[in-house]
Design a protein around this ligand. Structure first.
Ligand code: ZN
Length: 457
C-alpha cells in the first residue's frame, strides 16, 4: 500500500542505514585523513616481537628462485638455528593451498604435515587468503628452518624449528593509540564538514550514529551546526595506519548541545553515554531493516469495509530487496524461529518488561538465530523475503507490549540502560579526563570561531 508516506525519522533512519553502508565501504580508504592535533597517549607501546636473530635475517624477495633440494630429513638431524637464514617469499594466489606453496618453495607434503602437526597452532598456517605473503626460511643446508605468514600489518603466523620439531605461534601487534581532536562547522553537509575537519567518512558516519537517536541528520541539520570530536588514531612503527574509535564528542544542533562519551563496562561492552551516565541510544531500533518505503502501515482499525477487507494490520511493512539483513530491534532472547501461517518464516524476540518484537516473511534465518539464544541490538537475525502471505519482498515488523500490538513507528521507545550504581565510580574514572579534554578543546575552537578579529589587531 502506498497511501501513507513514511514519517521523517523513518526516512532518516533508512538514509542513515544506507549511509552507514557507504561509510563502512569507504572506511578502507583512510588516506584522505588529515591529522589535526595528535597527542601520544601512553596506553600501549608497540610489541617488540622482532628478535635480534630475526633482525639479522636477510629477507629474500620473490624474484629469488626456490631452494634446489627438498628438506625431507627428520628435523632432529637438522642443525641448530644459529646460521643466517635465507627467506623466500611468495604471494598467495587464487587457487593456492598450503601444499602448492610448500611445493613452490621446494618442499613436499610430508614436511608440510610435520609442520601442521607440530607444536602450537599449526593449523593456523593453512588458513590462507589471496594476497597474503608467506615466506620460507631456509638454512644453509637447504632445510626448512622457519615460515612466516603475514596476515596483515598487525598479525602474522610464525613457524620456528625448535630442535626436532616445528612450533607455530600467532603474533599480534598492538598499534600505538594517539588521541586526536577534530572540530567542524556545517556549511553544506555533515560529510563535507567532516572531511574538512580531517575525519574519515567512517568516523563521520559513526558521529552521526552516536547522536542519531537525538538528532535527525536528514531533516534537522542546519548551517552553523557544529561538532567537536576526540578520537583515536592508530600508529605502527611511527606511521599512521588508521583510526580507532570516537572517545567523546559533542554536537550542537540548532542551538541544542549534545555530548557523548565512550565507556567500556566491567564485562568489556563499550557504549556511548551522556556525561551524566544516560545511554545515548534507545533500547530499540525504530526500524530493524534498511527499507525503501513503508508498503503498509500499522492499522488496528478496519480497513475498507466496502472491499470486505476486515483485517487489521498489526505491524508495519517495510519494503526492501530480498536478502536485505534484518536486525534484532533490541537486546533479548529468541523465543520463536520457524514457519507461522501467513507470517511465513518468522522470528519472535522477547525483550523483558512484556515487550516482544516479531519479524515476518523472512527469506531465511541467520545461522545463530535459534530458540533460546540471546541477541543484541542490531545483530542480524535473518533476511528479507516474501514467505507466507506476501505479494513482494518486505519485512512485516510488530512491536507488542504484553501481547498488544503497538505502532512500531510511533510507540514510545524506552532508553537503553543507564550506568548502573555499581559501575558509577568506574564510569567517572574512565570518562572524566575525556570529557575535560573535549570541553577544553571545544572552548578553544569556540574562541577561535567567535573572536576572529582578535588576531588581526
Ligand atoms: Zn504486514
Amino acid at each position: 500500500m502506498f497511501h501513507t508516506l513514511p514519517k521523517k525519522h523513518l526516512v532518516a533512519a533508512a538514509l542513515l542505514s544506507a549511509l552507514v553502508g557507504v561509510g563502512l565501504f569507504l572506511s578502507s580508504s583512510e588516506n584522505v585523513e588529515a591529522q589535526r592535533i595528535s597527542i601520544p597517549l601512553s596506553l600501549k607501546t608497540p610489541q617488540t616481537s622482532n628478535s635480534p636473530a630475526e633482525e639479522a635475517i636477510r629477507v629474500a624477495t620473490q624474484s629469488l628462485a626456490g631452494p634446489t633440494a627438498a628438506a625431507n630429513i627428520p628435523p632432529s638431524q637438522q642443525p641448530a638455528e644459529t646460521a643466517t637464514l635465507q627467506w623466500h617469499e611468495y604471494q598467495v594466489r587464487s587457487g593456492d593451498s598450503l601444499s602448492t606453496l610448500f611445493h613452490r618453495a621446494g618442499f613436499d607434503d610430508s614436511l608440510m604435515f610435520t609442520v601442521l602437526n607440530g607444536k602450537g597452532d599449526g593449523k593456523a598456517l593453512a588458513d590462507l587468503y589471496v594476497g597474503e605473503k608467506i615466506a620460507f626460511g631456509i638454512d644453509d643446508q637447504q632445510h626448512l628452518a622457519g615460515i612466516r605468514l603475514t596476515k596483515s600489518r598487525l598479525s602474522r603466523i610464525e613457524v620456528t624449528r625448535e630442535g626436532d620439531h616445528y612450533e607455530t605461534r600467532k603474533i599480534v601487534r598492538q598499534p600505538e593509540v594517539h588521541v586526536a581532536f577534530a572540530d567542524g562547522v556545517i556549511q553544506d553537509s555533515l560529510f563535507v564538514a567532516g572531511q574538512k575537519a580531517g575525519l574519515s567518512d567512517r568516523l563521520t558516519m559513526e558521529l552521526a550514529g552516536i547522536f542519531g537517536w537525538d538528532i535527525d541528520f536528514v531533516n534537522d541539520i542546519r548551517q552553523g551546526d557544529r561538532f567537536d570530536v576526540v578520537y583515536e588514531q592508530l600508529y605502527l612503527d611511527g606511521e599512521k595506519i588508521g583510526n580507532g574509535r570516537i572517545l567523546a564528542a559533542s554536537f550542537t544542533n540548532q542551538g541544542d548541545e549534545y555530548q557523548a562519551v565512550l565507556y567500556t563496562d566491567a564485562s568489556g561492552e563499550s557504549e556511548y553515554y551522556t556525561p551524566d551516565g544516560k545511554s545515548m541510544r534507545k533500547a530499540f531500533l525504530r526500524t530493524p531493516v534498511a527499507f525503501t518505503r513503508i508498503s503498509s502501515p500499522f492499522n488496528m482499525h478496519r480497513l475498507h469495509p466496502i472491499l470486505h477487507h476486515l483485517r487489521k494490520h498489526e505491524g508495519t511493512d517495510f519494503a526492501a530487496p530480498s536478502g536485505t539483513p534484518i536486525k534484532a530491534a533490541g537486546d533479548g532472547k529468541i523465543i520463536y524461529v520457524g514457519r507461522k501461517g501467513g507470517y511465513g518464516n518468522m522470528v519472535i524476540i522477547a525483550h523483558g518488561q512484556g515487550i516482544t518484537t516479531r519479524y515476518g516473511h523472512m527469506r531465511s534465518f541467520a545461522r545463530r538465530t535459534q530458540v533460546g539464544s540471546h541477541v543484541t541490538q542490531g545483530q542480524v537475525i535473518g533476511y528479507v523475503g516474501q514467505t507466507g502471505l506476501a505479494t513482494g519482498p518486505h519485512l512485516h515488523y510488530e512491536f507488542r507490549v504484553h501481547g498488544v500490538p503497538r505502532n512500531p513507528v510511533t510507540v514510545h521507545l524506552p532508553d537503553a540502560n543507564p550506568i548502573s550504581r555499581q559501575e558509577r565510580a568506574s564510569f567517572d574514572a574512565q570518562t572524566t579526563k575525556l570529557l575535560s579534554q573535549l570541553n577544553t578543546f571545544e572552548a578553544t575552537t569556540r574562541i577561535a570561531l567567535t573572536q576572529p578579529d582578535k588576531e588581526a589587531l
